[in-house]
Design a protein around this ligand. Sequence first.
Ligand SMILES: C[S@@+](CC[C@H](N)C(=O)[O-])C[C@H]1O[C@@H](n2cnc3c(N)ncnc32)[C@H](O)[C@@H]1O
Length: 322
Amino acid sequence: MTLITLNHSYIYSFRYDYHHNELCKLESRQIFDKEEKNNLLFSNVKVDPSISPFIKNRFEIILSSENYSELLKNIKEENIRIDGFKAEYLILDGDSAEKPERREKLKDIGYRIEGQPDFDNPSITYSICFYKNVWYFGVLTKHNTDWLKHNDKPSSFSNSICIKIAKTLVSIASTGNINNKLLDACCGVGTIMLEACISGFNIEGCDINSKTCKHTRQNLAHYNYTTTVYCSDVKDLNKKYSAAIIDLPYNLFSYSNDLITANIIKSTAKLAARIVIVSISDIETIIKKSGLKIHDFCTVQKRGKSKFTRNIWVCEKENSTN
Ligand SMILES: C[S@@+](CC[C@H](N)C(=O)[O-])C[C@H]1O[C@@H](n2cnc3c(N)ncnc32)[C@H](O)[C@@H]1O
């Protein structure tokens, strides 16, 4: 047996484009306290794979063995009886099994589970995978891509954040904990809020611009999400949150300068102890002067040759009692 087998309950597999490499690594540090490597991560932390745009599958380990026949014997001894199951082979980095071999292995699994399979609409998906000379048997939970419908939200800004980054900001701010109460402090048309709502996070939004707030509410109502959008300067909010996200004004459609930036950050820091800040400028000095400790950081480039870069800081209030 390897250490991997004994130490971890879940195997997560990842998929992302090269320009999201840093963002995915930041997210995985914040959720799992370590980085994914070669699109894989072993962990005891349980999160729904659909909270991240990059997690493809979560494999919950039931059994493992270096010996395939022993694994099959142990599966049989589990006495699994369930109707509506499906079996899938999960291909991990380093597994060179061809399709015919994978098909045979799936039959092996299917024969050791009692019940009527359902390939189209399974109630549970059992899976096997092979990694570093160890066979694993477990339950596979796949990423649900429903959130991509938010690409067609009724109201959008040309400077709205892309939905993949928006989704990652929610998972980073919440660290994947669904019980954390979140604030989108400069919510714009609600791109970040939509991603929080679809994953069941408790989020509220705030924006100083009344027209923008109207669009946010329209977007939320379009998908039947019910939450509050405060049409207010964030400095006038008087609530407490576990974490806040600030996608700062870019000085394109809404005017901004260092003073405005500092005020938004300081005001938000009164409402939450953990803050994820997004800016296209380097505002590290302003963040530090606002009494926040920078805990983690990454930059996100746009795909292609564009020089457009977003900076993301994960911050915590110094000497926080929030
Ligand atoms: C970059 S946009 C946010 C975009 C948003 N993430 C989206 O995808 O639609 C910044 C927003 O901050 C808002 N804003 C500026 N100053 C603010 C303040 N003091 N309090 C709250 N919102 C503010 C602006 O109205 C603008 O909608």
